[in-house]
Design a protein around this ligand. Structure first.
Ligand SMILES: Cc1cc2nc3c(=O)[nH]c(=O)nc-3n(C[C@H](O)[C@H](O)[C@H](O)COP(=O)(O)O)c2cc1C
Length: 310
């Protein structure tokens, strides 16, 4: 996730068990782009002990081919193409989710990349641009190419992150495509993970915001699969995580205010999982010093009850 799941964040969640596989933030690709050095560090200094997939975003075929060939010289498990980003600045340039409006162009890009990439090649997509009905036209395009995996976020670009995920369409992809499909969207607890996994028949699950909110989630899912008791973090466990988050993401040159400004994206995902999000979010939006931040965390989370609703 752009500007969120970077190398320091990966290091932190690895300490909580971590995922089986990681995808980098996307590398922007255009005619004169170079692979971003900061994102490249998550690959060359991979702190997770697990395979890492490098993700590209763009629509210029020669530039994508050049970048994919450069990327595959690094220790990546696969090269991934982003067909899901809903940010208007990206989709208006017909990159990310913007490409879903032109299946022929996707076809050409996948063909060129498949021919150029000698290691596994994967794609991350949404189910359409304007309407989930578009998935019917997109699936045959994906099926025509020898991909190694497709991750499907079960929303359209226009749905951004609005409530409701089209898990039925992920199930359709999993049932028809000849390669593994990962289900993505709103997986924020072990119970929801198992439900989505069973409902979609997907080979695996991709988790974004749920892991930022609750870094225990990967181990919780492993526990649920093994049918052993699932660990539920308490409010105090969450205070400890927030403290570690503050420390882990600190960068030289930051001051407390700018650091907290950056952390507010993470805190937003954390707050959304609480039984009563608004008072926590209200207070966290206003903190500008570490002392304020710690006091706000204690005000809302200094208890031994389960921290999250799920
Ligand atoms: C702030 C933010 C940044 C994201 N950046 C990326 C990205 O770089 N590449 C990508 O494939 N998806 C990106 N996503 C989308 C997530 O990977 C995921 O598809 C989406 O959040 C839904 O899954 P979730 O409910 O598990 O978060 C981003 C999402 C958010 C909220």
């Amino acid at each position: 996730m752009q500007a969120i799941t970077d190398l320091p964040f990966w290091r932190l969640i690895t300490a909580y068990g971590g995922a089986d596989l990681y995808v980098t933030e996307y590398f922007r690709v255009h005619s004169v782009s170079r692979l971003n050095k900061g994102i490249l560090r998550s690959i060359t200094e991979n702190p997770t002990g697990r395979p890492v997939i490098g993700q590209l975003i763009g629509n210029d075929i020669p530039a994508l081919v050049r970048s994919a060939q450069e990327l595959q010289r690094h220790p990546v498990a696969a090269v991934d193409l982003n067909l899901g980003c809903p940010a208007p600045v990206v989709y208006r340039k017909c990159a990310g989710g913007g490409l879903l409006r032109t299946p022929d162009r996707i076809d050409a890009i996948l063909g060129a990349l498949r021919a150029a990439i000698t290691i596994p090649f994967t794609v991350k997509t949404r189910v359409g641009f304007d309407s989930p009905r578009e998935f019917e036209q997109l699936l045959p395009v994906f099926a025509r190419h020898d991909l190694d995996m497709l991750a499907v976020h079960g929303r359209t670009v226009k749905e951004v992150l609005r409530p409701g995920v089209h898990y039925g369409l992920i199930a359709q992809a999993a049932a028809t495509l000849p390669y593994p499909v990962l289900a993505n969207g709103d997986i924020d607890s072990a119970a929801q993970a198992l439900k989505v996994w069973r409902q979609t028949g997907a080979k695996g699950l991709m988790i974004g915001r749920g892991a930022v909110r609750n870094p225990w989630i990967f181990n919780q899912i492993r526990q649920a699969l093994r049918e052993v008791p699932v660990f539920h973090p308490t409010g105090r466990d969450l205070i400890n995580y927030l403290e570690r988050l503050y420390e882990a993401l600190w960068q030289p040159g930051f001051n407390e205010r700018s650091h907290l400004q950056m952390l507010k994206k993470h805190l937003n995902f954390v707050g959304q999982g609480l039984p009563d999000p608004e008072p926590f979010l209200h207070d966290m939006r206003r903190v500008s010093t570490r002392v304020d931040f710690q006091a706000a965390a204690r005000r809302h989370l200094d208890h031994d009850r389960p921290a999250f609703t799920g």
